[in-house]
Design a protein around this ligand. Structure first.
Ligand code: ARG
Length: 291
């Protein structure tokens, strides 16, 4: 977060490491005022264990402050009582070219979040597209350069990938997730370059989260990807958010932190341990708004 890091990073880099450029980001977040774990829809959630809303709020605030400190525009949606997962705003939709493709959640517990987010998009100048297919927004859809990587296997139905392609007129690449602990695409892939560098946007990913066909696609398209360890992925280390230079990651993802530094990025660790009890991390709490 220290601005001084910019000059230090460039001075110590080897010539083969590209100079990273931060880009301005606009995002949507939701304060975890009603956060708790009262149902189980992923392996991380254990309703029998206590959670602390106060801790969740304090940790979330650190993430919010970090983003503001990086110069991002952070917009807020009002949390709704009885929707404890609403803090994971990445699932609220997928927003590109001023259009917001609404979410249609897999599990009934989260279904009311779909309309709540669509109302916000409509009231904030986005053209809202009401979804016909089951999809969990940016949790499963990641814009990488000009293609959209789309996850399926646990939450978003593959039919939503066709819907997505139709709505945004972009190439959508289907990837199949196979490990229930990495049930959303954003738990298994991190987008490192929101703006392409020399025509290419790079990613980081966890190999074991994907089936063979998906791995073949990933290896072919991203030969220089950062391959993250099981250990770092196991604390949702991949669930991170990059502006092209600063990468906000789970503070405990030490291996990933080192890999990012070696590539010229500036990793910034944030502790979201309480929100991890709901099965979410940094990226889950962050929805990109592309107007
Ligand atoms: N408890 C939430 C669920 O299981 C966590 C969502 C995490 N969000 C994400 N983008 N990975 O739906």
């Amino acid at each position: 977060m220290k601005l001084a890091d910019v000059s230090i990073a460039t001075e110590t880099q080897s010539p083969s490491v590209p100079t990273r450029q931060a880009s301005h980001r606009t995002i949507l977040m939701c304060r975890p005022e009603h956060f708790t774990v009262s149902y189980k829809i992923n392996p991380w959630m254990n309703p029998e264990n206590p959670t602390s809303t106060a801790t969740a709020l304090a940790q979330w605030q650190t993430l919010y402050d970090t983003y503001v400190g990086l110069g991002f525009d952070v917009e807020l949606i009002d949390p709704v009582e009885g929707l404890p997962d609403m803090v994971y705003s990445a699932n609220g939709g997928f927003v590109l070219d001023g259009k917001a493709y609404g979410a249609s959640f897999t599990y009934p517990e989260r279904q009311p979040e779909g309309p709540a987010y669509m109302d916000w998009f409509g009231a904030n100048g986005f053209e809202v597209v009401v979804p016909e297919q089951i999809n969990e927004g940016e949790g499963d859809f990641l814009l990488v350069g000009d293609v959209i990587l789309a996850g399926t296997g646990f939450r978003s139905d593959s039919t939503s990938h066709e819907e997505l392609a139709r709505i945004f007129g972009r190439q959508v690449i289907t990837l199949k997730l196979v490990n229930p602990s990495f049930y959303h695409l954003d738990t298994a892939i991190a987008v490192l370059d929101p703006v392409p560098v020399d025509g290419h946007s790079n990613i980081a990913y966890l190999e074991s989260a994907f089936d063979e066909a998906s791995l073949t696609i990933l290896r072919e398209r991203y030969p220089d990807a950062i391959i993250v360890s099981e250990e770092d992925a196991a604390i949702l280390g991949l669930n991170s958010y990059s502006d092209g230079y600063n990468v906000v990651i789970a503070a405990r993802a030490k291996g990933f932190e080192k890999q990012l530094r070696e590539r010229g990025y500036n990793p910034i660790g944030v502790d979201l341990s309480e929100l991890l009890l709901g099965g979410g991390g940094v990226k889950c709490c962050t929805l990109e708004l592309r107007r």
